[in-house]
Ligand binder design. Structure first.
Ligand SMILES: [Zn+2]
Length: 331
């Protein structure tokens, strides 16, 4: 079958490609283990079903984000358990996520991830859009049906229920993953204990927000979306939160392009990324994920050496550099 429709001149016997068929793949199909945060579950399943690759999905609860060390431990345990062969790669559907993914080591197979601060980037589709939103409207609390649907403590949210009292406080997403950069700076200036205290002061969350943004993705359940009957109850809850706190309410159109490239193999295990693929990072076995604190967000580097020792970085997307010592010592 493969390559049989390359000329398009076969008089008979060849099966015509369906009208919606993607271009014929030149890359051999890979077997991929996807380790994803449940907040993108529907979209991950959808993109996995459409991918040219053979994909197995592991979903992790969003509640694991509450403790970066716990999430990191769980992710590393799952990465370590992926055998190669048969798996050619492990795709992480996570961003830096409060530095929870920092220090993760690619074990048997290469790790692939988006250069993303957190799931907000994956919803918005690019680092650039994330940065534009963050710079223009830093005090924004984000909502999406996909995120809210997953509820708390592993239970699905009661989408139809009225969100009385403060129950909806943690239904949204903050730009938490941009805070650690500030945290680093505070640690350098004031020491770690004081920095933690200051971060807790900053953490009284709703005082610092003035805007709620509901990110709509194409609905995975129907063709009516993005704001269909499935999304509307969640949108209403976000709107209720906004009016309760006197926040401006806006809707943002999400973009699945980044997730699509991540799961569709918009990256190569051989050779450096092309500029077009620059928003995806491949971490070779034995290398670790390191926060870059610049527009690259994450880079591949040798696993963290002794504290205080700046690790030497390998080329990653053409860039070579070194991480300044004196961070908060995630490892
Ligand atoms: Zn729908």
């Amino acid at each position: 079958m493969q390559g049989s429709r390359s000329t398009g001149t076969e008089p008979s016997g060849s099966v015509p490609a369906p009208a919606h068929a993607a271009p014929v793949e030149t890359q051999r199909p890979l077997k991929i283990k996807v380790i994803a945060c449940e907040v993108l579950a529907r979209q991950v399943y959808q993109q996995a079903a459409r991918s040219p690759h053979v994909i197995d999905v592991d979903l992790l609860e969003k509640g694991l984000h509450d403790d970066a060390a716990v999430l990191r431990g769980e992710l590393q345990r799952r990465i370590d358990a992926v055998p190669n062969p048969p798996y050619d790669a492990v795709v992480l559907v996570y961003g830096l996520c409060n530095r929870a993914t920092e220090g993760l080591v690619a074990r048997n197979a290469p790790l692939v991830m988006a250069r993303a601060h957190d799931c907000i980037t994956l919803y918005l589709g690019s680092r650039e859009e994330y940065a534009a939103q963050f710079d223009q409207y830093p005090g924004t609390y984000y909502y999406s049906a996909e995120y809210m649907e997953r509820g708390k403590d592993g239970r699905p949210a009661g989408a139809g229920a009225a969100d009385a009292g403060g129950a909806a406080q943690d239904e949204g997403m903050a730009f938490n993953s941009r805070l650690p950069a500030q945290f680093e700076e505070l640690v350098r200036k004031y020491g770690e204990d004081n920095a933690r205290y200051l971060m807790e002061m900053y953490g009284s969350w709703h005082q610092h927000y003035s805007r709620a943004a509901f990110i709509s993705l194409p609905c995975a359940r129907c063709d009516v979306g993005p704001i269909c009957a499935h999304a509307q109850p969640f949108r209403q809850r976000a709107q209720n939160m906004a009016s309760r706190h006197n926040w401006q309410f806006v809707e943002l159109q999400g973009d699945l392009g980044l997730l699509d490239r991540l799961l569709g193999g918009g990256w190569s295990l051989a050779g450096p990324a092309t500029p077009d693929q620059d928003d995806l990072l491949v971490i070779p076995p034995g290398m670790a994920i390191v926060a870059s604190f610049d527009e690259r967000v994450v880079i591949a580097a040798a696993p963290q050496a002794e504290p205080g020792e700046a690790p030497t970085l390998v080329a990653s997307g053409g860039a070579i550099g070194a991480v300044p010592a004196g961070g908060s010592g995630n490892a």
